[in-house]
Design a protein. Structure first.
Length: 311
């Protein structure tokens, strides 16, 4: 048979398989089986995810439940079922230390707000310089900046303490805020650099044709487009600064300047019994700002990470 003798059109799919059943029926049966398996697979997936979430949230749920129990029953009844409702842990814990707990919340708010403003201003300016400007040794300076991410805080805390002690800044909020104004958080610089690199340079060139310089390009074009990256920086700065214990413990020793982590640590008394009910109650209060900031900012957080080089 020559090539011209071969059939030019495929035969209709009506051939019978060994079982004597048409191929169309076999395919329909397979589709029905797959459709029946989908709900079961979806239910199983959701059950596993809910179980994993409950396992991860159990310590937090236990802490909330324990904050509503009398102190003597916290470790005697380790479950999460409440037999009694004790709100005195919150009222007593609020005034248990040298100052009311709102003083420590205010101190943490001052440090957090100062750190957020410092990171947003300084890191965005440094990121714009690395992403858009050309200067000598740019790649080397960028590499050195990235290397600082790998340095643990324990390496630099002693030189910082000596410097700030000579400046008379110990027992003030300045050592915790001023470094943020100098773009010391290289992680946020890197995040913003990756975001700015994703912005088309044609926008800069169009603005430059209209007579705009770098300050105007940064303020009126780049900065409004950086909202997701700025929101990510805000959320991470808030969480890291609010939960920071080590550096605040080094620079703040006066009880009137204690932040929330230092105040929670003050509930633990090595010479007498610790009131865990009050400690857990104030821990719940300390978790609320973090929960709220993440709840309302998770959309910008996910968008900021997804549109930068961190993804």
């Amino acid at each position: 048979m020559t090539r011209t003798d071969l059939p030019t059109e495929p035969a209709p799919v009506t051939e019978w398989v060994v079982t004597g059943e048409p191929i169309e029926d076999i395919r329909d049966r397979r589709r029905r089986r797959a459709a029946m398996r989908k709900p079961f697979t979806s239910i199983l997936r959701h059950v596993l995810l809910i179980a994993a979430a409950a396992l991860m949230l159990y310590p937090v749920i236990w802490m909330v439940v324990s904050s509503l129990r009398p102190n003597e029953l916290i470790f005697r009844e380790p479950g999460i079922i409440l037999d009694s409702f004790e709100v005195s842990n919150y009222t007593d814990g609020w005034n248990a230390l040298s100052y009311p707990f709102n003083v420590y919340l205010l101190n943490s708010a001052i440090v957090v707000i100062g750190s957020i403003i410092g990171n947003l201003v300084s890191c965005s300016l440094a990121a714009y310089a690395f992403a858009r400007l050309e200067f000598a040794g740019k790649k080397w300076w960028f590499a050195i900046m990235l290397v600082t991410i790998m340095l643990p805080i324990h390496v630099v805390i002693v030189p910082q303490y000596i410097l700030f002690s000579q400046l008379g800044w110990v027992n003030t909020f300045l050592p915790l805020i001023v470094p943020k104004l100098l773009a010391t958080d290289a992680f946020f610089i890197f995040l913003m650099v990756q975001f700015i690199r994703g912005i088309p340079r044609e926008l800069d060139e169009a603005a430059r044709i209209d007579g705009a310089g770098h300050p105007r390009i940064f303020a009126q074009i780049i900065l409004p487009l950086m909202v997701p990256a700025l929101a990510t920086t805000t959320i991470f700065t808030f969480i890291w600064t609010w939960n920071d214990f080590f550096s605040q413990l080094i620079f703040l020793t006066k009880p009137s300047l204690y932040t929330v982590p230092l105040a929670l640590n003050a509930f633990q008394d090595s010479q007498s019994s610790t009131d865990f009910g009050q400690l857990f109650a104030m821990s719940v209060v300390a978790l609320l700002p973090i929960f709220l900031i993440f709840l309302f900012g998770q959309k910008y957080l996910i968008k900021g990470i997804a549109t930068t080089g961190i993804k």
